[in-house]
Design a protein around this ligand. Structure first.
Ligand code: ADP
Length: 439
């Protein structure tokens, strides 16, 4: 039976008893009225006990009750207990979260939708100089004022983390990443990458120094080998083949050293505003095409150039020459005899594009993402045979990055490859000349 039905039966019982007493005493109405008043007082008394109990938060156990009131007290007690347990559990989670993030060596900051700080851990106090006592509630952009950070925070594109010096110590480098979560909440994580940066710098310096050191002895060896090759006395005739082989190897080493030096220069130097020029790309391409024909020699490739003669770029001329020639010469080197190589220089609404397409050996799809890594070759033997260093596309990638440009590669094995450099529209300069020319 439900508590309400029980209570109704209890009321009926009480009223029946009152009716009998009233009937016996001849005061039915008065007797019923007294019974109802007792019943009402009993309810009021229980309401009062309930109100008192609820108003004392520390008092967990409910007052003793009878009838429907025992049921009501019991239910409220269980609800409260459930809530209390849930609260305890949540508090435990929050403490655990706080303890683990506090122990994290990375600076962690919780920010709300208005970019205000909600919580910070200990590392954030050391690495970002934030103080929980006075900075919670402050706008983060008022406390970390590096322009790259402000841009990162306001543009809200958190895909790529940024690297900035710590606001506390300019020599400390931080890698900052923002991770959105929950409802408009964000977690900022700042990692100290000073050591990593130093190691990277050391590696760069090492490669650059060793390349510089190797350059002079190599030039000397190469010079002697050339003189030995030209020797007309006949004393070295038995050595002719060996000298040729040594010359080709010293040539390769010189190419590697030059490419490594170029790479470390690209890594170490920033493109300064003043070093940028208006580069007449069409004339660069005509020269490269002639050089490609010479390189192709008896492989007799069909090399075509389709070029928008008005289209130039704002950039560094010798670097752009390096990019375009690397791509075109690779096409010549990796395309078998009689193949076709087409070069296109054009613009559309997205910017300017250089496309180098060949009908060569192609590249297996799984290797394409790795092509711009240093010394990565699909076929090491083949690359060495044709005088490759494995550094060409790494140089291309670096130079394109310095020109805010990107490289796209499409390829099919035994069908050919297409390398496309995409330059942003802002880099375009137009030279007033006649338009498209096909050579
Ligand atoms: P390499 O000096 O070996 O040519 P690159 O960095 O220029 O070094 O190129 C890396 C590798 O990419 C090459 O070894 C080759 O396997 C592959 N590759 C580059 N261009 C082409 C192309 N046009 N066709 C086929 N493979 C290519």
């Amino acid at each position: 039976m439900s508590p309400l039905s029980k209570e109704i039966w209890r009321l009926i019982g009480l009223l029946s008893l009152a009716f009998i007493i009233g009937f016996v005493s001849g005061q039915i109405l008065a007797s019923l009225l007294v019974a109802l008043s007792i019943y009402l007082v009993w309810h009021l008394h229980n309401i009062n006990r309930l109100a008192k109990w609820l108003s004392k938060p520390g008092k967990f156990h409910p007052p003793e009750g009878q009838g429907i009131w025992s049921e009501i007290f019991d239910r409220i007690y269980h609800l409260q207990k459930k809530n209390r347990d849930r609260k305890k559990k949540l508090a435990k989670y929050i403490t655990r979260f706080k303890e683990s993030t506090a122990a994290m060596p990375d600076a962690t900051v919780v920010i709300n939708r208005y970019d205000q700080i909600e919580w910070i851990n200990k590392a954030a106090q050391e690495n970002l100089g934030l103080q929980p006592s006075k900075d919670v509630g402050q706008h983060l952009s008022n406390l970390i004022r590096h322009p790259a950070f402000i841009r990162y925070l306001t543009v809200k594109d958190y895909q790529t983390p940024i690297e900035i010096p710590s606001p506390v110590d300019k020599l400390q480098q931080l890698n900052i990443r923002i991770i959105p979560y929950g409802q408009h909440q964000r977690l900022l994580i700042a990692r100290d990458i000073t050591r990593l940066k130093r190691l990277e710098e050391m590696r760069r310096d090492f490669v650059s120094n060793i390349s510089h050191e190797l350059r002079t002895p190599l030039t000397v060896i190469h010079g002697y080998l050339e003189s030995m090759q030209d020797d007309g006395s006949g004393n070295l005739s038995d050595w002719h083949n060996n000298i040729n082989m040594m010359l080709s190897q010293s040539n390769r080493m010189q190419n590697i050293v030059n490419d490594l030096l170029m790479l470390s220069r690209l890594e170490n130097e920033e493109v300064k505003r003043g070093t940028r020029d208006e580069v007449p790309v069409p004339s660069l391409l005509y020269t490269i095409k002639e050089e490609a024909i010479a390189l192709s020699a008896d492989k007799q490739h069909r090399i075509t150039l389709e070029c928008d003669n008005e289209l130039g770029l704002y950039g560094v001329q010798n670097e752009l020459y390096s990019v375009f020639s690397n791509l075109v010469f690779n096409a010549v080197r990796y395309t078998p005899k009689g193949g076709e190589i087409s070069i296109r220089w054009y613009q559309d609404k997205n910017g300017a594009h250089l496309e180098v397409k060949d009908t060569g050996i192609g590249i297996p799809t799984q290797h394409i993402p790795r092509l711009t890594e240093r010394f990565f070759r699909v076929d090491v033997g083949r690359s060495r045979e044709i005088g490759g260093t494995g550094l060409g596309l790494a140089i291309v990638k670096h130079i394109l990055e310095r020109h805010q440009a990107t490289l796209r590669i499409k390829s099919q094995v035994n069908r050919g490859s297409t390398f496309i450099c995409d330059f942003p529209a802002e880099a375009i300069i137009l030279f007033p000349q006649q338009s498209v020319m096909k050579v």
